[in-house]
Design a protein around this ligand. Structure first.
Ligand SMILES: Cc1cc2nc3c(=O)[nH]c(=O)nc-3n(C[C@H](O)[C@H](O)[C@H](O)COP(=O)(O)O)c2cc1C
Length: 265
């Protein structure tokens, strides 16, 4: 194995990036972090390891930090990471470096990418409404960045492709509610409306098994990672967060299907 990629992805952006890097390397399996954790599989069997995950409130999603803290990195000599954000990576690379340091690891190569924002519960969420040209340009730019990072990984170079711009302030602001309350319980605002046909896609796609079918409708059980998979992948558009999401278009990465998300979870 030339490299191993661990990813966390709610709506497929980080999975699509992981697949592109993997395709550009010789022998590089892609593994889901929640899937590896469910299996209790924490041994990293490669000397090159990559982490690909979204920016959540300017930080590393808790499940990624948990995984790194439990993983065994004995063989690892080179580490790379991509953080996919709606704007950028915010402060998340600082958090990642801190987690890696605790395992005596150094982040050799890093890239932040702007991907479609999937945070549908925020009023400023608009990617799904953008014109096709705008969407194409965003994916093209990310494609170029990922191609360049893949070359860097192949040559085992050190590179830090991350800017700390205006997103610092946004990150700080977005962090405020996160520090004041427990994100895992924010799922009390999710519900399924009258369009729900009990297909249970939400239950199956939740990466941490937080959703159960209570009779014909799903219920959320307060271990939510706010990844947005349930609301964005619901084929009927029936999952809502409070009332604000009823009229918003849904988004998931165009190259990632529900089937693929389910297969590798
Ligand atoms: C809970 C949550 C918080 C987010 N916070 C930020 C943020 O602070 N800054 C940002 O640029 N994008 C933010 N985003 C957008 C995601 O990072 C972005 O859409 C990412 O590409 C999603 O990747 P995924 O499809 O692999 O989950 C947030 C998304 C979610 C669900």
């Amino acid at each position: 194995m030339d490299a191993l990629i661990y990813y966390f992805s709610g709506t497929g952006n980080s999975l699509a990036i992981s697949k592109s890097i993997s395709a550009g390397l010789e022998n590089c399996p892609v593994r889901s972090i929640p899937g590896s954790m469910k299996k209790g599989d924490y041994k990293v069997e490669s000397d090159v390891v990559g982490f690909v995950f979204p920016n959540h409130y300017g930080k590393v999603p808790g499940i990624v930090t948990d995984f790194i803290s439990k993983a065994v990195f004995e063989k690892v000599r080179y580490v790379f990471a991509v953080i996919s954000g709606g704007g950028g990576s915010g402060y998340a690379f600082n958090g990642l470096k801190k987690s890696l340091r605790k395992k005596n690891l150094f982040l050799n190569a890093a890239m932040e990418t702007s991907m479609p924002g999937n945070y549908i519960i925020a009023p400023y969420y608009d990617f799904a409404n953008r014109d096709e040209e705008g969407k194409r340009l965003l994916f093209e730019e990310t494609g170029r960045k990922i191609e360049s990072l893949t070359g860097i990984i192949k040559e085992r170079k050190n590179h830090f492709g991350v800017k700390y711009g205006g997103s610092k302030i946004i990150s700080l602001l977005l962090n405020l509610p996160n520090n004041l309350s427990d994100v895992r319980k924010w799922d009390k605002y999710f519900s399924a409306d009258e369009k729900c046909n009990s297909c249970s896609t939400c239950q199956k796609i939740c990466p941490v098994g937080n959703i159960k079918m209570a009779g014909a409708k799903p219920s959320w059980n307060h271990d939510c990672r706010m990844c947005m998979a349930c609301i964005q992948f619901c084929p009927a558009g029936a999952v809502q967060f409070k009332d604000g999401t009823r009229k918003r278009k849904r988004y998931h990465h165009p190259s990632v299907s529900v089937g693929e998300m389910l297969k590798i979870l």
